[in-house]
Design a protein around this ligand. Sequence first.
Ligand SMILES: [Cu+2]
Length: 399
Amino acid sequence: MAIRTDGRPGFLKRRAPLPSVDSIPAPRTADRELPGAAAPADPPSGERLQDTREAHSVGDGFDDVPGIADLRHRTIVIDRLSPGDDGAIPDPTYTVNGQFQPEIDIQPGEIQRWRIANAEPDRAMWLHVEGHTLHQIGQDGFPFTLLRPVTSIMLSPGNRAEFLIRATRSGRYRVHAESYDQGHPGGARPAVELATMVVSGRPVVSRLPRQLDEGPQMPIGPVVRSRTLHFGRDTPGGKWAATRITVDGRELDADWFHHEVTAGTVEEWTLINDDVFQHPIHTHVNPFQVVDVQGIPAGDPSWQTDPDIWWDTYRIPSNGQLTIRMYFRPDVTGKTVYHCRILPHEDNGMIGTLLIQPPADTGEPLPGSSPPRQAPRESRSSRRALSISTATAGSDGST
Ligand SMILES: [Cu+2]
């Protein structure tokens, strides 16, 4: 399925910060994630949802957009508890902000803004809210320009999404992850009850905003290079414990770089999955847009392939391939990585290294050559300070 073939990217006008749930160093990342979110050992259900730590923020691109700024908003982090040794907690047990199946209150007709992250180490959460439309306004920390009404949102491990939800009539509605087959030889992962949305109280009249804000855009200019990367797995002797999960046949080697790129350029990467698992690939520093996906299972509606959306985590279908277009922001150089966001896969070697070289000195200004400043998060003017300048990007196309 070809999604975009014009080869003419637009330009990155502004960008939201890139908050991620993937930022705490640990010897094995899966070990960091698995303890869950400090939930009680015997989690009671039906408590009111508590808000969670700002460290898990999903993006702040709408804090001053009319029609959104005043809404009640919730930051919701899905995670999984460590089962422990005594068998007291069923494995797996999924939590929402460290709580077990909490209640989320909302009035009839009220619109709330939900910012939701899948911090789970290895399973996709195909999010549904019973009887309700999710009006998506952002993905992976990047704001949309227009509302996208959807009936579900797929959250691979590491994905974040932001949406508006308008409550219908009084009642109790399931917030749940639908059963989904990630290509695991063990079959589809079962459905998960996450929370209950409780609609009650005085009805309110509300209207969804029509216009959001200006979303980031790809810079105009050539795709300077195309690359092909292979993601695979081999199991010497057929033992899972010895499984090597690799990028281009190699495991992580911190002294060697899979690829070198130049800051301020645009490249297209085709990621080929030689394995039966869907591998959600997460890029650090630079997000990307999806150009082409091949191998989406027939009848699987969970894939969002709109070419305008920016991502930092996206699945490669089982034995399929994904082509992404990545803009290496001009203000960041140095070493970084990309990896499978199924953390046991990353720990077993599915992590690639990238060296971002400074741009060649052509005497021409680069788009966004003023580095983004760290600014307070509250005001529109401070968000503009995080924007990448458009003045030079559109005029001469230099990248
Ligand atoms: Cu993987």
